[in-house]
Write a protein that binds this ligand. Structure first.
Ligand code: GLY
Length: 582
């Protein structure tokens, strides 16, 4: 099988964050450009030994090359993750954070690495309120106050140290990224589709404007070269000194200086204190499979398990895939899972959420008993509560190697291109992840997610996330690796991909390409992608569901492990994703 397979291209959709920060006319225009592919036109890419499926092809190929050189899935994931920081600045990053779930074949062990951004020591619970005491979204979304201490460098270094093959140094894995940053690469695909739209957010910041603009001040566009010399220098410091090259010394000083100059509160001490954390993944069973996913500070794994537990007692397999009856129960299960998310979840160092109770089968049975097959339950009847926060632009990649190790990694700057600020002299584009906190109990974020006390900002606290890197195992071996960007829609995306494969036995390519919908409890509405038939929509409306247009697209870059080899699916919704095989 050829090492890197070029794939069909579809018109790009935009993800949810784009819609938030862009004028509605542009959002609607771009959302309308996505055309669902005919189901039989989407094919998985097959390979025998190892595979990386990522949102950008150069980075996917760099990871596949590490596999080819004898690296394991973690080595390849680290190389891919650093490369995306160069080639996919929309969400790939070293200025943000994320989560990695790893299956270690020889140890028969699953681990989760939490490298989520953290609020600085000077953070306060009312930091995102305005003078009137009400949430001021501009503070967390558009100002340097929204920047969390970046976790990606610490997370990747920890992953490599603990779970890499031992044959690759950080410096070796960083080499291709340093070369790409220094020499530049030609802008194409999803970066070309999004950068011109987001340029207005980057342009006010001098280092960002310098990096992403043409000489005339307009945005770099498709075919232009993006050269990132400062980023090459920063990556070289990491290659030479490890994480200390980022969290201490000149890079840290420049980061702290740029952030405080822009009105933020991150200090060099905050950077020095940052630690990635190894956590026990959440684990549950679904129809004989083991679902392994991200624990808090992600809500993803817990909501997925709760939702699967509800669905397990329903004869989904007897309902036609994509039928109104099947979609109705999916929506009702999502609604109940998302309602609990809002009420209970947050950073586990600060909140004591009832995880065992939420993921118990008997609790799901009670929730399931409340589902009426013919009528939607109004969200207001599920909980008298209020909505959480969530940024959406993010990117997911999946890796499987020839030994059966697997990595599911989702990381993010929150909005596309983060807060828009490149820290001068570092090339590091910074996140606005603290917008994922709830500004005040009951406040809703840009996606209408509602949050409570558990997710209020605080010093050293990690904001609640929906990122859900997930590995499905059967008899202890990975059968599916998936995850997605999309803010609140990450969980429902992963849910539907898994249901399509596990319940409906769909080929993984068709499972990923099938139209998706989303309900997050509040607002009480179903967001639907194009592609559902009029009959299906009528069937949902007749049960009382309010259907509204999808808010952009998620992107579930997935790998299925079959007895005959690996099947990789770059999600067709966004241009440029690739399955690179070994
Ligand atoms: N910022 C998106 C998430 O963490 O879910």
């Amino acid at each position: 099988m050829s090492p890197a397979i070029s794939r069909r291209r579809y018109l790009a959709g935009v993800v949810l964050a784009s819609i938030c920060a862009l004028p509605p006319t542009i959002s609607a225009q771009r959302a309308a450009t996505y055309t669902p592919p005919p189901p039989d036109s989407v094919h998985a890419i097959a390979t025998e030994h190892g595979m990386v499926v990522a949102q950008e092809k150069i980075a996917a190929r760099i990871g596949a090359d590490i596999l080819r050189q004898g690296g394991n899935a973690v080595d390849a994931a680290v190389a891919t993750g650093f490369a995306l920081a160069v080639t996919y600045p929309r969400a790939g990053n070293i200025g943000g954070g994320g989560f990695m779930v790893v299956h270690l074949a020889d140890r028969k062990e699953d681990v989760a690495i939490d490298y989520r951004e953290t609020a600085p020591a000077a953070a306060t619970r009312d930091m995102f309120l305005g003078a009137n005491g009400k949430p001021d979204p501009a503070k967390s979304r558009d100002s340097a106050l929204g920047i969390g201490i970046p976790g990606t460098v610490a997370g990747f270094a920890l992953a490599l140290e603990k779970y890499g093959s031992g044959h690759f140094t950080l410096a070796k894995l960083l080499k291709p990224s340093i070369d790409l940053a220094r020499d530049g690469f030609v802008i194409t695909d999803d970066v070309a589709d999004t950068l011109p739209q987001w340029h207005r957010r980057l342009a006010p910041w001098p280092a960002s404007a310098k990096l992403f603009s043409r000489p005339d001040g307009g945005s770099l566009r498709e075919g232009d070269k993006l050269v990132q010399s400062d980023l090459a220098t920063t990556l070289t410091a990491i290659a030479e000194q490890g994480p200390d090259g980022f969290y201490q010394g000149p890079v840290a000083q420049k980061l702290a200086h740029a952030i405080t100059e822009a009105g933020g509160i991150i200090t060099t001490d905050d950077l020095k204190s940052y630690r990635a954390v190894i956590r026990e993944p959440v684990r549950g069973s679904y129809r004989g499979y083991d679902i392994v996913s991200m624990p808090q500070p992600s809500s993803g794994g817990i909501v997925l398990l709760e939702t699967f537990n509800i669905l397990e007692g329903l004869p989904l397999g007897e309902m036609k895939q994509g039928s109104a009856a099947s979609l109705h129960v999916l929506i009702e299960a999502m609604k109940r899972g998302y309602a609990d998310r809002a009420r209970y979840l947050g950073d586990p160092s600060f909140v004591n959420a009832p995880i065992a109770a939420l993921t118990a089968k008997d609790y799901a049975a009670k929730l399931r008993a409340g589902i009426d097959p013919d009528h939607a339950t109004p969200s207001s009847e599920l909980q008298a509560a209020l909505p959480p926060h969530e940024g959406s632009n993010t990117t997911h990649f999946s890796v499987v190697d020839s030994q059966g190790n697997a990595v599911s990694n989702t990381y993010t700057l929150n909005f596309s291109y983060g807060v828009g600020i490149v820290a001068g002299g570092t090339g590091v584009l910074l996140n606005n992840e603290l917008d994922d906190f709830t500004a005040a109990p009951g406040a809703s974020n840009v996606f209408g997610l509602v949050g409570y006390e558990a997710n209020l900002p605080g010093p050293g606290k990690r904001p609640l996330s929906s990122m859900s890197p997930t590995i499905v195992l059967r008899d202890g071996k990975p059968v599916l690796v998936t995850g997605s960007p999309g803010g609140s829609r990450i969980i429902s995306t992963v849910l539907q991909v898994l249901v399509n494969v596990l319940d409906y036995k769909m080929d993984v390519a068709a499972a990923v390409a099938a139209p998706r919908l989303h309900h997050q409890w509040l607002p009480d509405e179903v967001r639907i992608e194009p592609g559902f038939s009029d009959d299906v929509q009528a069937g949902l409306r007749s049960r009382g569901h309010r259907l509204v247009e999808s808010m952009g697209y998620s992107s579930a870059n997935s790998i299925q492990v079959t007895p005959n080899g690996l099947l990789g699916v770059p999600d067709p919704r966004t241009r440029g994703a690739e399955a690179a095989g070994q």
